[in-house]
Design a protein around this ligand. Structure first.
Ligand code: ADP
Ligand code: MG
Length: 409
């Protein structure tokens, strides 16, 4: 059976008119001889009535620390609503559809509330549905633990549902439909002349996504990559073919040319970061300080990043919403660090940049020309990142995008 899994993000499902466009896309794909399995996110974006954030607030307004189990159940509701609405509309418009919860679709997770991983998929009911000639519409972002508890997969989890289903069903392609043209050299909401990348390797996209390009979830890319299932990022509102993600392969426009990892693929950002600095110069007893710091934070379940340990200085970052707790924990071991709130990280990502001289010089040049102070920096094989004040983030992304000449001319 030839199958395409097509996932639609929240903005693609928000109104009846938009859902008519989704109907057209599914109809066209079926006309090409493919059976479509649809995966949906919750409708709309923040502040929309049926968006996941709005549903979460219903509980958080009355209880700041609700049970994770209860939260996962209420957080699963957004996809139930959008899924049933879409399947009803598809049926009304002439494509018979049937809705499935994550559990009904056979999505089995490790049972971790809020950040579950999919262990396996048992797509029996989905296959039966297609054999009846119906289009299955599956709730993304949710699955059932082996203990029978409902769990959610974390931000961007519907992408992961689509990938896992695509692999389990041996799909020809997994299409992630969203509100931008495809994968671009930077977030088009920030950079006006960001360029569409029409073909990109799994490796490159994984790096971009890990560094903050939220256009698709990194886990979804890894799952598709393992089985080599082609993945496409496409726009619901245009006819363009978007971005094709494959292993190193031929350029879609030029069959002779190979696409391979680029020197620089794009610029990414993440915000809501706090920087913590512990100056140990004046401390009496420094023995084992690093161990004490990181062990106590680990015990408190606080995840640290961008760690930089020097003889008299320990620097790292935490998520901004963990800043207060970080200070409390460090106080219990007698430390009163400096904390810089409202930071952001920008990264220059390129899977082939390793060993190429001059990339950091250009990064520094771009930021200096814009008078943007660098609070901390670091690098890996595939990226160079800088920590900045949040207020400089947009400007830094634009300056780096210009400096590396990534945009449309
Ligand atoms: P959906 O609700 O469809 O899952 P998301 O909001 O999760 O959509 O992801 C799409 C958004 O990703 C775009 O609206 C865009 O602002 C953002 N984005 C960030 N970086 C990039 C990039 N490099 N290319 C394309 N989009 C990006
Ligand atoms: Mg998304």
């Amino acid at each position: 059976m030839r199958i395409a899994v097509q996932k639609f993000g929240g903005t693609s499902l928000a109104t009846q008119e938009l859902r008519s466009r989704v109907y057209e896309i599914i109809r066209n794909t079926r006309d090409e001889g493919l059976n479509v399995v649809v995966v949906v996110s919750a409708m709309g974006r923040k502040n929309d009535p049926y968006a996941t954030d709005s549903i979460i607030n219903l509980v958080k307004e009355i209880n700041h620390e609700p049970e994770p189990r209860e939260m996962d159940i209420i957080m699963s509701c957004g996809e139930l609503i959008s899924g049933v609405v879409l399947s009803s509309q598809l049926t009304a418009m002439g494509i018979k559809a049937r809705f499935f919860t994550g559990e009904q679709a056979g999505i089995v997770t490790d049972g971790n509330f809020n950040k579950a991983h999919i262990l396996y998929v048992n797509p029996k009911k989905i296959l039966e549905c297609m054999e009846e000639g119906l289009v299955p519409v599956v709730a993304g972002f949710q699955g059932i633990g082996e203990n029978g508890e409902w769990t959610t997969l974390g931000r961007g989890g519907s992408d992961t549902t689509a990938s896992a289903l695509g692999v389990a069903l041996n799909a020809e392609v997994i299409d992630i439909f969203t509100d931008v043209e495809g994968v671009m050299t930077a977030d088009p909401r920030i950079v006006d002349n960001a360029r569409l990348l029409d073909a990109i390797t799994y490796n490159e996209l994984c790096q971009l996504a890990r560094e903050g390009a939220k256009v698709v979830h990194p886990r979804a890319i890894e799952i598709a990559m393992q089985s080599g299932t082609p993945l496409r990022i496409r726009c619901t509102f245009s006819e363009s073919m978007g971005t094709l993600i494959t292993h190193q392969t031929h350029d879609s426009m030029d069959p002779v040319k190979f696409i391979s990892d680029r020197l620089i693929t794009g610029i990414t950002y993440t915000s809501n970061i706090a920087q913590v600095k512990i100056n140990s110069q004046s401390l009496q007893d420094k023995k084992g300080l690093e161990l004490k710091v990181f062990r106590s934070l680990a015990l408190a379940g606080i995840s640290v990043d961008f760690i930089n340990v020097q003889p008299d200085l320990i620097m790292f970052t935490v998520a901004e919403d963990a800043a207060v707790r970080t200070l409390e924990v460090l106080k219990t071991i007698g430390l009163h660090p400096d904390i810089e709130l409202h930071c952001a990280k920008v990264a220059v990502v390129g899977a082939a940049m390793t060993g190429i001289p001059g990339v950091m010089a250009k990064v520094v040049e771009a930021l200096e020309e814009s008078n943007i102070p660098i609070l901390q920096s670091g690098d890996s094989y595939t990226n160079i990142w800088c920590l900045l004040k949040r207020e400089h983030m947009e400007q830094a992304v634009k300056a780096l995008h210009d400096k590396f000449e990534l945009g449309n001319k």
